[in-house]
Design a binder for this molecule. Structure first.
Ligand SMILES: [Zn+2]
Length: 487
């Protein structure tokens, strides 16, 4: 019962935003971040329907592009993409769908982007397989890496055509082919066959069932005022008819946005990609340990608490959701409106999110950390006494809070290190023995150490991190920001 009322869609969306963010190339001192705008009032079913129409068409166009250009034969058309654009113009699909051109081409380019991303991933996977393959000589590997890197070679090979390399590359290619340092010449036919086999195995056909949003450029939207409310006008499929959506903030942007539809909330979420300069703080020197809780969001190794009201706010959400669910079931046959419910839920969610953001900011500003050690708890451990809250909380904890924290750390060049979370609350941070806790207090029967349970766990997080019991670095500044990440 509770599961249905949980904001799983929110979580899914936040992680999706995160993927978009990861997909982008990270520059040396800038990161891409997505900020959101929300509808202030619920959208009418008619307006929601008009937006849904665009999203449905958008999805159809993407699938068409996936199908037509996602295969091996089309790889040469992907760069720079004009061929695809021209072919899509003459394909007649736009007229058939009666879709505004601005949406149509954005869908085409989004799908093309996905196809390119997939090719990058296929190439990376093949390179990894080559590195691990012990049957290949160093000369073989050299050849394969070269032809994968030079797109023209790669395209010819996977389409079974003869390689022609020109210019500087020709010399290099000739040298690789003629390399006999391994005792014999490389068998390029055989290696090309290997490459084709790998591509066939790793290239998947792309398809999406998701019709929950679309990209939009300035040609199709305008910020403005309507009936004394600030908001945004969005183009629909009807000529010269824009719908107006009042927004909760008054910010205006001039760039490509993404409109995410939230039909169950009668709302939209506008994603705005912005570039943020990564801040370097000379005075952020401290290594801290954090313990993440259901009632108190963070406790540091020195006992500072942030997000003290987390459990209370969450309890309000859960109470409301459950009460609403009960009354909905009771009144079902009277067909009650859910508008009030949706509006209230949206307010609670927004309040919760704002609180989490504020408390993360406060923690960073006060602690000034250079590294944060944080335990990763094994799945299914729900410390605490209230399963109901714990369950609802874990959805947030694993998603929203973690992602917000990671983002804020990226923005401030703070490293996050996940450490092994097993038995982190029962180990004594003073002597390492297994102790136990009663309510909020930890006691060690070996050395007599007593401390707040959460603080003890946070102290363990630091020492586990420093002694190499790390799982992974969620985010390492500098090194990673220079790297181009293909996901
Ligand atoms: Zn002890």
């Amino acid at each position: 019962m509770l599961a249905e009322s949980l904001p799983v869609s929110n979580l899914a969306f936040f992680s999706q935003t995160f993927v978009i963010y990861e997909k982008r190339d990270l520059l040396a001192d800038k990161i891409c971040k997505t900020i959101h705008q929300y509808n202030k009032e619920l959208l009418s079913p008619e307006d929601m329907g008009k937006l849904q129409e665009i999203a449905d068409d958008y999805c159809k166009v993407k699938n068409y592009v996936y199908q037509r250009y996602g295969g091996i034969k089309s790889i040469s058309k992907l760069y720079p993409g004009y061929t695809v654009q021209n072919e899509m113009t003459s394909a007649g699909l736009r007229a058939q769908l009666n879709m505004p051109s601005v949406y149509f081409y954005l869908a085409v380019f989004e799908a093309l982007g996905d196809i390119k991303t997939q090719w990058a991933k296929v190439k990376n996977d093949i390179l990894a397989a080559i590195n691990k393959n012990e049957r290949f000589t160093p000369q073989d590997k050299h050849y394969l890496r070269f032809v994968i890197k030079i797109s023209d070679c790669f395209e010819k090979i996977i389409n079974g055509k003869t390689i022609e390399v020109s210019g500087e590359m020709a010399e290099q290619y000739a040298r690789i082919i003629a390399d006999r340092s391994g005792g014999k010449a490389i068998d390029s036919d055989n290696l090309n066959r290997y490459l084709r086999r790998q591509v066939r195995r790793k290239l998947r056909s792309l398809h999406t069932e998701k019709a929950d949003g679309f990209a939009i450029t300035e040609r199709a939207y305008r910020y403005g005022v309507h009936e004394n409310k600030k908001g945004v006008f969005l183009s629909t499929k009807e000529k010269r008819k824009r719908i107006f959506v009042p927004l909760t903030d008054e910010n205006e942007y001039r760039k490509q946005l993404y409109i995410k539809l939230l039909p169950e909330k009668s709302g939209i979420e506008i994603a705005v990609p912005i570039e943020v300069k990564v801040r370097q703080h000379e005075d952020y020197q401290k290594e801290i340990g954090l313990s993440v809780g259901v009632w108190q969001m963070f406790t540091t190794d020195s006992g500072n608490v942030y997000g003290e009201r987390l459990g209370e706010l969450n309890r309000k959400r859960v109470d409301f959701l459950e009460a609403a669910d009960r009354s909905y079931r009771r009144e079902k046959k009277n067909n009650p409106g859910r508008e009030k419910y949706k509006a209230h839920k949206q307010r609670l969610d927004a309040g919760f999110e704002t609180y989490v953001n504020q408390e993360i900011n406060r923690m960073i500003a006060q602690e000034k950390p250079s590294v944060i050690y944080i335990p990763r708890l094994p799945n299914g451990t729900s410390a605490g006494h209230n399963r109901r809250i714990n369950y609802a909380m874990s959805v947030w904890k694993r998603g929203f809070i973690r992602e917000r924290l990671t983002l804020k750390c990226r923005e401030n060049s703070i490293e996050i290190v996940e450490v092994i979370g097993k038995a982190i609350s029962t180990q004594c941070s003073m002597c390492g023995a297994q102790g136990k806790y009663e309510k909020e207090k930890f006691c060690c029967h070996v050395c007599g150490y007593e401390a707040d349970k959460k603080m003890n766990a946070a102290r363990n997080a630091i020492s586990r991190g420093r002694t190499g019991q790390r799982l992974n670095s969620v985010y390492v500044p500098r090194e990673e920001t220079r790297k181009v990440v293909h996901v």
